[in-house]
Design a protein around this ligand. Structure first.
Ligand code: ATR
Length: 282
């Protein structure tokens, strides 16, 4: 009993903060990482009320917490709260990982590298490819810099509100060939990689995509995931996409990058993704 108590006390505390957060898979992912690496990590999900985010972060810090993941809707607020940011977090305008230091609150954003690593793990090449990113909200913004770093031939952002796509493209144009447009402008264009970063799948909807959008061998990637294929994934199968992926791999990869920032140890992700798939299917 006292051994168990001592052991629990020696664990370092981490958490994900969001709203809603009850169904977050992050606690499960980080407990699998902790098991695998032997790192003394305890990780929980904390639901935070609107307006209560800075206080919740302060309380977690004061209680000896070592780090946080931040999810919807607090990523922008987290960006404003931290007093040091990585280059990629600075660009993204959003923070999904906080590390507590003695006098610092360090903010990073691992979403984009999570997406890129998942694509690369699946042996998909981004360099030289025509890439379409759908959506111009926080999810899209977070992945732009790491995607451009892979040097696609072109990156087109399409959004329901075309002006937002154009503004986003302007904000990243120094990093590569990038343009923004509405969905109607996609007629007669073809892409090798199409990524869905819209919230449409959450509502069971699909952005208005033209037929013949997919080039031979095209890859379709939905940043959402679930037990069933999303509307965009179903569209991709109907359009004969060669590869169709959901965002579960990205979720695990961004978690692995956060774990590395906190612990300096990089967990192996393949078996964790497989384990989560089995759990989701059952
Ligand atoms: P997130 O942080 O998840 O990106 P967000 O900032 O609210 O959330 O952005 C949601 C994105 O999904 C936006 O690009 C939105 O398009 P608009 O900017 O035109 O609103 C897009 N979106 C949401 N529902 C959609 C739908 N049914 N069809 C197409 N795009 C949709």
């Amino acid at each position: 009993m006292s051994d168990l108590f001592d052991f629990r006390r020696r664990l370092d505390n981490y958490a994900v903060m969001g709203n809603p957060v009850a169904h977050s898979k992050s606690p499960r992912i980080h407990s699998l990482f902790a098991e695998q690496t032997g790192e003394p990590v305890h990780y929980e999900a904390i639901q935070v009320d609107p307006g209560g985010f800075p206080q919740a972060v302060g309380n977690f810090d004061a209680s000896g917490g070592k780090g946080l993941n931040i999810t919807v809707p607090f990523k922008q607020e987290a960006w404003a709260l931290v007093n040091e940011r990585s280059e990629r977090a600075e660009r993204a305008g959003a923070v999904n990982t906080i590390k507590f230091g003695d006098a610092t609150l360090y903010g990073d954003n691992t979403d984009g590298i999570g997406l890129v690593n998942d694509l690369l793990n699946n042996r998909l090449v981004i360099k030289g490819k025509r890439v379409l990113l759908m959506g111009a909200g926080g999810a899209a913004r977070g992945v732009l810099a790491p995607l451009l770093e892979q040097q696609p031939a072109q990156l087109v952002i399409a959004n329901r509100t075309a002006e937002k796509a154009r503004e986003l493209a302007d904000a990243f144009h120094d990093l590569g060939k990038i343009e923004g447009c509405g969905y109607a402008a996609l007629e007669d264009k073809q892409f090798d990689l199409v990524i869905n970063a819209t919230a449409a799948s959450l509502q069971g909807e699909l952005p208005p995509l033209p037929d013949n959008l997919l080039a031979d061998g095209a890859v379709c990637y939905d940043m959402m995931y679930g037990a069933e294929p999303t509307p965009f994934m179903r569209w991709a199968f109907e359009q004969d996409a060669t590869t169709v992926l959901d965002g579960l791999g990205m979720l695990v990869e961004q978690a692995a990058e956060s774990f590395y920032i906190w612990r300096g140890v990089r967990p192996e992700t393949k078996t964790v993704i497989e384990q989560l798939r089995r759990e989701m299917a059952s």
